[in-house]
Design a protein around this ligand. Structure first.
Ligand code: GDP
Ligand code: MG
Length: 313
């Protein structure tokens, strides 16, 4: 398949990062791109849907799809996450199967079945090696080698950045030749709405209690970016019940105030300009079970398919 091609030619391709919640997929993507693109959380399932982060080097452009973890679906939203991992894996040129090296290699038949049905190069990315010693690592690598014929097994620490350059270089080797599809200075083609909403959702997590996160979504209603004026963002925090609304608003509006202030500060730092965040809490009963709402919120988002690549912007 590999033809003789002049060395100078560029590589282009999509890499889907799949793995259970909390293994460090978002951290890895942020590390590779060197900026906060996907949100990172201690709680599983922070990443909903797929985030596209774009790495541009002189010799390559790599589009990363950070998918929601594959796990046992508990409700419809769970199902959507599983299928979003599947969809992005389908549209990819190669896969990172990411695991927490501390976990016993029980990545489950579902994952192995999924990757083996795709006929794509698969790298096993063994993350969080900063938490273990080298003697523990070697036998583990062997165990994984017996599980599936991975093209490469690469131990990394996404958090510390250890071995991440090796991972990226190997990735470029495996990608097909092709022209860059996105402008050089772009980090993500979903920056506007998706990242704004992720910044806010992260703060909802931080300032509320257990019950809230998984029934919350953030919808960006309006963004106005006019030169010389602060960025104007109107957003809805969507919850399932009135009682949840009460928790998010808090006594005398204390909680939502904190959410708004911290989210705004981060958005300003990220966008490099002043922002005005107009934040509302909205109850949409059982929104997680409503197909139309899920679609509206982007949980049914379509991904770039091969042959369907557009120049963004
Ligand atoms: P995701 O659900 O797979 O996207 O996982 P996240 O990227 O949100 O990371 C989950 C948690 O694991 C966060 O608390 C990260 O800081 C932590 N984490 C990620 N990578 C590493 C790593 O290499 N080493 C250690 N010690 N922790 C990590
Ligand atoms: Mg994530």
């Amino acid at each position: 398949m590999l033809q003789e091609i002049p060395m100078k030619q560029c590589k282009y391709g999509l890499v889907a990062i799949i793995g259970k919640p909390n293994v460090g997929k978002s951290t890895l993507m942020n590390r590779i791109l060197g900026q906060k693109v996907a949100i990172v959380s201690d709680r599983p399932q922070t990443t909903r849907g797929t985030v596209r982060g774009i790495l541009t080097r002189e010799d390559a452009q790599v589009v990363y799809l950070d998918t929601a973890g594959i796990h046992k679906p508990k409700d419809m939203l769970g199902n959507v996450m599983v299928s979003s991992a599947r969809i992005s894996a389908n549209s990819a040129d190669m896969i990172y199967l990411m695991v927490d090296s501390k976990d016993f290699p029980d990545e489950g038949k579902a994952l192995i079945n999924l990757i083996s049905s795709l006929h794509l190069p698969v790298f096993l990315v063994m993350n969080k090696i900063d938490r273990m010693n080298k003697e523990e690592l070697l036998p583990l690598i062997d165990t994984y080698r017996n599980l599936y014929p991975f093209q490469e097994i690469i131990p990394v620490s996404a958090l510390k950045g250890e071995n991440v350059d090796v991972l990226v270089n190997k990735t470029v080797e495996y990608l097909p030749y092709g022209e860059k599809q996105f402008p050089e200075d772009i980090l993500s083609d979903q920056i506007e709405r998706h990242f704004l909403s992720e910044f806010i959702r992260e703060k909802v997590y931080r300032f509320t209690y257990q019950e809230i996160p998984h029934s919350t979504a953030v919808e960006i209603e309006d963004v106005r970016d006019t030169e010389d004026k602060p960025l104007y963002i109107r957003a809805h925090i969507i919850v399932e019940r009135e009682s949840q609304k009460g928790i998010i608003v808090g006594k005398g509006g204390q909680v939502i105030k904190k959410i708004g202030e911290t989210a705004r500060a981060e958005i300003e730092a990220f966008m490099g300009k002043k922002a005005f965040l107009d934040l509302w809490v909205k109850v949409e009963k059982d929104w997680r079970k409503d197909e139309r709402v899920l679609e509206r919120l982007g949980y049914r988002s379509t991904l770039p398919r091969r042959g369907d690549r557009r120049k963004s912007r």
